[in-house]
Ligand binder design. Structure first.
Ligand SMILES: Nc1ncnc2c1ncn2[C@@H]1O[C@H](COP(=O)(O)OP(=O)(O)OP(=O)(O)O)[C@@H](O)[C@H]1O
Length: 464
């Protein structure tokens, strides 16, 4: 309850009160006759009290002093009205007109005017900064790769950039490249940068699944379609990934009769489950990948020509690692960080080991590099893993070390010295691994007497 004062406030007292508000105040009677405005109103709108006091709102609007009147809307509706507008002074304001009733009739209309110019400006600045931040983030991702992949070489960057571009357009994409080069990484990037990124990304390896299972997996089946089928049927991957992306890895291994079905899905955008005649609409983006020469397979009639042309519209090539060695140091850091986290380790690779990795050709591509790093990280007991303690296979140690030594200036090392070092290094590794001089001879492809002689020369003995 409000305790009503025993005496009425004087007009002057009212004037003082309304002038203390930071919001503008505009008061009229029900006919729109302006009774009072406060000084904040004059400041915000740039309209002086003399221009409006004792005058009707209609006349004020007609003369263009005010552009519209919220007062009339309050009187017409009998309710509170709120509106945002720009006033003569150029400021943005929120107007809130409230009716005040006396004996069920509107007696007064009080409109408050809040200056939101600063808020508006801050809001614009904020959304501008946000847009810029997003732009910078995208640019950084383009330049640096992301926390999901490494792209430092021009070759792989070009592949990623193409993936990001085609991501937006929704077409079918064919990714070509040797095994382990990052075809799945590219497929995921397409999905992540596409408008479908919040939908499913499903993957199936067409070469790893028996033919009849592959058909059921891809297209689904009705209940009781074949012996051993689930009673309620099975939703195929095309249906499941509808609105999302389906990654068909090793597409070259897809049997010919499924290639026909795949082509139909791509052309008609419908699937028919096994054992059903009903076509179901699907909106699945298909990304296919292979390490096989599809063109050659078409010639040999192992791959359907029509499907090949349908898939061959947008092609992204994932280059082998030996053709983009610039990615190797970045990939090493990436995997070392990832594996240190996974195994709660804190290991590093010595620079000379990174040098050796740069020399090697990586026939198994990024996957081989990843596996190699995992192996040396978990098997080595040192925190800084060097060529000596990494226990690397011959294939890497051999050529890398010699190449590294040869790369030095001639005045620092002779060919003979370099040769001896490599020889010693390889024998050091051999004595750790083998128990007899015969085994060493076989591994190094030299004679057993040579092994004995060389071991003596370097003062090495075999592990018993
Ligand atoms: N640029 C990269 N940055 C970080 N990791 C990568 C990169 N490329 C590949 N990898 C990693 O290497 C491994 C092999 O990559 P991926 O599976 O994408 O190759 P793929 O070409 O699809 O191989 P396959 O043909 O055998 O299926 C994965 O663990 C992947 O995360």
């Amino acid at each position: 309850m409000i305790h009503s004062p025993s005496t009425h406030l004087t007009t002057e007292a009212w004037e003082h009160i309304i002038n203390t508000f930071q919001n503008g105040i505009y008061i009229t009677n029900a006919e729109g006759l302006t009774l009072a405005v406060n000084s904040a109103y004059e400041k915000i709108t740039g309209i002086s009290a003399q221009q409006v006091i004792g005058r009707y709102i209609d006349d004020i609007v007609r003369e263009g002093i005010l552009s519209t009147s919220i007062t009339k809307d309050v009187v017409a509706t009998g309710q509170e009205v709120i509106r945002e507008q720009r006033v003569q002074s150029g400021k943005y304001v929120v107007l809130r007109g409230v009716p005040i009733y006396k004996e069920n009739q509107i007696d007064l209309v009080v409109t408050s005017v809040q200056d939101i110019t600063v808020i508006n400006r801050l809001q614009t600045e904020l959304s501008h900064s946000r847009a810029l931040a997003t732009q910078y983030k995208e640019r950084l991702t383009e330049l640096e790769g992301s926390d999901t992949f490494v792209a430092e070489s021009t070759e792989f960057r070009a592949a990623i950039a193409l993936a990001q571009r085609v991501a937006k357009v929704g077409s079918t994409v064919l990714i070509l490249g040797e095994s382990g080069t990052g075809k799945e990484v590219l497929a995921r990037e397409i999905h992540e940068k596409s408008p479908r990124h919040d939908q499913l990304f499903l993957k199936i390896n067409c070469g790893a699944i028996p033919e009849n299972l592959l058909e059921a997996e891809l297209f689904g089946y009705e209940g009781g379609a074949f012996t051993g089928a689930k009673r309620n049927g099975h939703v195929g991957l095309f249906e499941e990934a509808s609105n999302g992306t389906l990654f068909l890895d090793e597409i070259g291994d897809m049997p010919l009769h499924l290639q026909v079905k795949l082509l139909r899905v791509l052309q008609e955008r419908t699937v028919t489950r096994i054992g059903s005649t009903k076509a179901i609409s699907v909106n699945t983006r298909v990304i296919a990948a292979t390490n096989q020469d599809l063109e050659q397979m078409v010639k040999e009639k192992k791959f359907r020509e029509d499907l090949y042309y349908r898939l061959n519209i947008v092609v992204i090539k994932s280059p082998p690692l030996r053709e983009r060695k610039k990615d190797i140091p970045g990939l090493i850091h990436f995997f070392v960080r990832k594996l240190n986290e996974k195994y709660e380790l804190n290991k590093q690779l010595a620079p000379e080991l990174i040098g050796a990795f740069m020399e090697y050709d990586w026939p198994g591509n990024v996957r081989e590099l990843e596996n190699m790093i995992e192996r040396i990280l978990v098997t080595s007991s040192e925190d800084v893993i060097s060529l000596e303690n990494a226990h690397l296979p011959w294939i890497i140690v051999g050529p890398s070390l010699s190449a590294q030594e040869v790369a030095r200036p001639f005045e620092e090392i002779t060919l003979k010295e370099a040769f001896d070092r490599v020889e010693r290094q390889m024998l050091q590794e051999a004595v750790k691994r083998f128990h007899t001089t015969y085994q060493v001879a076989e591994a190094l492809q030299i004679s057993q007497p040579s092994v004995s002689r060389k071991l003596k020369k370097y003062g090495l003995t075999l592990k018993k």
